[in-house]
Design a protein around this ligand. Structure first.
Ligand code: HEM
Length: 386
């Protein structure tokens, strides 16, 4: 965040403060407004959230309902206190960026920020106009400083949206490069593998006497199949193969996946609520791959190969939901951010394609996958339209 503006090196926050000429006089005006305005904070927070709730579109952001609003009013009061008390330093900027990122995370459309700030601005101005009616100089200083700091807040909010956009762009570019590379390498490897396959065929047809030679020829043949299937998976991730649209019962798909994943002894695998689920339209083979991957990951995450894995199904609002949970250590916060990207893995022998592929298949079915742990252990939730 350090910008070199010619003769001075300053942070982004300092730079924008310089632009609006946010001075020591503004800081003083805000601080002296604090005791005057703070008795109104609770009331202003009520108005702020009433306005969101009475707005058909904006209120959709408040999924958590009344209890969330109660908590948010508290955070908004603290926000107003910070606004007038400062200190307006780098720690302030970072704190405000964190709030901005919360809004980015819930995908709050940016224009509501301006609308919401307008509500706050009006209420603050009203407090200022009433309190300083007899001291026009103070009134003007307070109005100016509040206007500056609120615009700075908006600037920070926009900054976090831009930050997010750049991250997404970088990710998309990485994926595009990855796709091209994988496509080329994958196709190039098919040829030598095909040559190996036909040579093996010839060698085998000569039926070598030696048992060990035969065994090794079989082993090479097996590994050629494995190599081919890795290439197929890779090409599958980058290509958009539309899934079949057959009626599929997830209970059957999961049962077959569990058989393929073959939980070893010491792993307790339970399946709940799947037989009650209605059928959906999809590709049974692709969906089976999804669950094989998730169940295998869950099994591999268990400490010392012991513990439980649960697959829980439910449905509501036209969506089917299946959660795969384990009681391993869960996913660390750093990996979580890039969990579904290709080439991200924590396994010693993994290439990091499993979850990227799973995500791709789920999305091709019009669904979403999320990592939503509750307490200990990993928990992946797949939501699919019926
Ligand atoms: C001037 C505008 C706004 C300010 C100053 C503001 C302030 C805040 C603050 C301080 C938090 C707490 C962040 C944290 O947990 O650390 C927050 C979270 C949140 N805000 Fe805002 N907000 C603004 C606009 C809005 C609008 C317009 C909406 C909805 C239409 C909204 C919805 C939310 C939601 C849903 C959360 C909680 C997200 C979560 O924790 O899951 N905010 N906001």
């Amino acid at each position: 965040l350090i910008y070199d503006a010619g003769d001075v090196t300053e942070s982004l926050f300092e730079e924008i403060k310089r632009y609006v000429d946010f001075s020591a006089a503004d800081e003083a005006a805000l601080r002296s407004l604090y005791p005057v305005a703070s008795p109104h904070f609770q009331r202003i927070a009520e108005i702020f959230y009433d306005r969101i709730l009475s707005h058909g579109e904006a209120r959709k952001a408040l999924e958590g309902g009344e209890s969330q609003v109660g908590r948010l009013k508290g955070t908004l009061v603290a926000w107003m206190a910070g606004l007038l008390q400062g200190p307006w330093d780098e720690a302030y900027f970072e704190k405000r960026c964190r709030i901005g990122r919360v809004h980015v995370r819930i995908a709050l459309p940016q224009h509501y920020m301006f609308g919401a700030m307008n509500v706050l601005r009006r209420e603050f101005n009203h407090v200022i106009d009433t309190a300083y009616a007899k001291d026009l100089e103070k009134l003007s200083a307070a109005r100016t400083s509040v206007s500056k700091i609120m615009d700075l807040e908006l600037a920070i909010m926009l900054h976090t949206y831009r930050e997010d956009l750049l991250t997404q762009q970088a990710r998309a570019e990485r994926l595009a490069t990855f796709g091209q590379l994988v496509g080329t390498i994958g196709h190039e490897l098919r040829n030598p593998l095909a040559v190996m396959e036909s040579s093996l065929h010839i060698l085998k047809s000569r039926a070598p006497e030696d048992e060990r030679t035969r065994k090794h020829l079989d082993r090479i043949a097996e590994q050629v199949v494995v190599a081919n299937s890795i290439i197929t998976s890779l090409l599958d991730i980058i290509r958009d193969v539309p899934p079949a649209r057959d009626p599929v019962r997830l209970a059957e798909v999961v049962e077959r996946s569990v058989r393929t994943a073959a939980p070893p002894e010491g792993v307790q695998l339970t399946v709940e609520g799947l037989s009650e689920l209605p059928a959906l339209r999809g590709d049974a083979d692709q969906l089976r791959q999804v669950f094989v991957n998730l169940v295998q990951n869950a099994i591999q995450a268990l400490p010392n190969g012991k513990g439980s894995v649960r697959i829980v199904g439910s449905h509501a609002d036209g969506r089917l939901e299946v959660a795969v949970e384990d009681d391993g250590p869960g996913v660390d916060p750093e990996t979580r951010l890039r969990l579904f990207e290709p080439l991200v893995t924590t396994k010693k022998k993994g290439v990091g394609l499993g979850l990227a592929w799973v995500k791709r298949i789920v999305e091709r079915h019009g669904g979403v996958i999320a990592y939503e742990p509750v307490g200990r252990g990993a928990r992946f939730v797949i939501r699919l339209p019926m």
